[in-house]
Design a protein around this ligand. Structure first.
Ligand SMILES: Cc1cc2nc3c(=O)[nH]c(=O)nc-3n(C[C@H](O)[C@H](O)[C@H](O)COP(=O)(O)OP(=O)(O)OC[C@H]3O[C@@H](n4cnc5c(N)ncnc54)[C@H](O)[C@@H]3O)c2cc1C
Length: 456
């Protein structure tokens, strides 16, 4: 049974597409409005500048996408994504210890470019009869009802300068920046939401590498985490669906990775391990090295706004954007879409299914966002110049993180649990369980006694 005639989704990024799917069967028509002209080919586009950089869809995100589309993993694999176990084919270097040993952890991990993920999802959405994606449509305003208590329509401008208006009982703002929602709140006399921010001033530089056949790495991913707080330098090599690999280097504040190849290599040499440098040195960059500046993790507490308008649902980065180093943003957006789908299903026979819908969504999404926020906040706040409120137990939490990394080196169960947490399959609290935490501390002490810790 439909609960409404028409819903509009703003943005055909990952959150918008997943949300469109979650509305199928609940609205007679779902219109997705996207400002970009969407390419047929698998290639980056202007509206997703981050799409030129490595983008992993974490196993937790794959799980949610599979809840939206049965067989999604097979579809992404068939599209070319490379698959391995999260614990093998993946070198994880934490400071002061060797890379975690390859182990089969039973967690499937897919690697491909962001454009491939998006194209795959978009092609699935295009098959939905009730969904229409209109590209080249830039939304300019979310229009309120006369009394300001609800959404009524969405205005947009087409590429040829025409203005169009789409009536809507539900509007999903998945535009990433969320300015349209903020403007709606202001124009209807509401206050904009409080924000929690962690300023990280991260600079990214990404190269696409090609290798001679004999030098082509056999692994799928290599990650060198920074030695905080002494250094913020980190690096990543990641497989793609084609014959190339991504390399990404990162540093904070003034310590930006260079975009000139010899200097880029030098920067890579200064990471916690020289393994990454050695691989990069056998490759050759294709085209230019591209940069990205990421200033802050930002969480908008929309749920604290009084008198929330009926039918307005911000989603994805509009609500919360995370430090991209941990690869969590797409997963958070897709998890929210699954929650929205389930909520709409549970309300389909209600007299007023859209009343307090967003409040109900946030009540479900907030524990998930709290978890992700905490996972990235602790390492992000390790740097004295990171802006943001520090938890009272920050030092203890940082020391516990180091203990987990040491314990994961020695113990397959801790390794599995840590990677389930990183993959967003289990909450970080699973590592805090009393018996687990005791075991981690014991193993970390054993590591300390038996390893000198150093690695290059
Ligand atoms: C450098 C970098 C690396 C990242 N790496 C990862 C990673 O490895 N893994 C991961 O999960 N996440 C990663 N992220 C985060 C991820 O990109 C975002 O969390 C995710 O894309 C958010 O989805 P979204 O739908 O909210 O927004 P987006 O996917 O950004 O989509 C927003 C869409 O809205 C459109 N739009 C904007 N304004 C309008 C308008 N007025 N009218 C119509 N359309 C509009 C845009 O063109 C775009 O298509 C990374 C981010 C960055 C910056």
């Amino acid at each position: 049974m439909y609960i409404g005639k028409q819903a509009v989704v703003i943005g055909a990024g990952i959150g918008g597409l997943a949300a469109a799917r979650s509305l199928v069967g609940r609205f007679e028509k779902i219109v997705v409005l996207e400002r970009d002209i969407l390419p047929e080919a698998v290639e980056p586009r202007a509206g997703i500048p981050q799409g030129r950089h490595p983008h992993v869809i974490l196993p937790g995100g794959m799980e949610s996408l599979s809840q939206l589309w049965e067989g999604f993993t097979e579809t992404l694999r068939a599209a070319g994504a490379k698959e391995s176990d999260f614990g093998s084919q993946t070198y994880y270097h934490f400071p002061g210890q060797q890379a975690l040993p390859f182990r089969k952890l039973g967690i499937r991990f897919f690697k491909c470019t962001r454009p491939l993920i998006e194209n795959t999802v978009r092609n699935l959405v295009k098959k939905e009869q009730d969904v229409i994606i209109l590209d080249g449509h830039r939304v300019t305003e979310i229009v309120p009802t006369q009394d300001g208590n609800a959404v009524r329509a969405v205005c947009c401008e087409t590429r040829d300068g025409k203005e169009e208006i789409y009536e809507a009982e539900l509007v999903i703002d998945a535009s990433n920046r969320g300015e349209l929602t903020l403007e709606f709140l202001r124009s209807t006399g509401r206050s904009t939401p409080e924000e929690t921010v962690i300023g990280v001033n991260l600079n990214y530089a990404t190269a696409v590498l090609e290798f001679e056949e004999r030098d082509t790495p056999e692994f799928h991913a290599m990650l060198a985490m920074p030695n905080a707080p002494e250094s913020s330098r980190m690096g990543l090599i990641l497989a793609r669906e084609d014959n190339y690999m991504f390399a990404a280097l990162g540093g904070r504040s003034g310590d930006a990775p260079p975009i000139d190849w010899p200097d880029y290599l030098d920067f890579a040499r200064s990471l916690v391990t020289d393994s990454l440098y050695k691989i990069l040195a056998t490759g050759k960059p294709r085209g230019k090295i591209v940069q990205y500046g990421f200033t802050e993790n930002r969480r908008r507490h929309f749920e604290r706004c009084a008198n929330w308008p009926r039918g307005l649902v911000p989603l994805g980065d509009t609500i919360c954007r995370f430090n991209p180093v941990y690869g969590q943003g797409m997963t958070a957006a897709v998890k929210e879409a699954v929650m929205l789908r389930d909520l709409l299903k549970s309300r389909q026979h209600d007299a007023q299914p859209l009343t307090d819908l967003f409040e109900a969504l946030m009540a479900e999404a907030n524990p998930m966002l709290d978890n992700i926020w905490a996972l990235s906040a602790i390492p992000d706040l390790a740097y004295p110049d990171a802006r943001g409120e520090r938890p009272a137990n920050l030092q203890e939490a940082l020391e516990f993180n180091v203990a987990v990394h040491r314990a994961a080196f020695l113990d397959a169960d801790v390794h599995t649990l840590l990677f389930q947490v990183i993959a967003l399959l289990k909450p970080g609290a699973a590592l805090q369980d009393e018996a687990v935490a005791e075991r981690i501390k014991r193993l970390a002490a054993e590591f300390q006694a038996t390893h000198n810790g150093a690695e290059r």
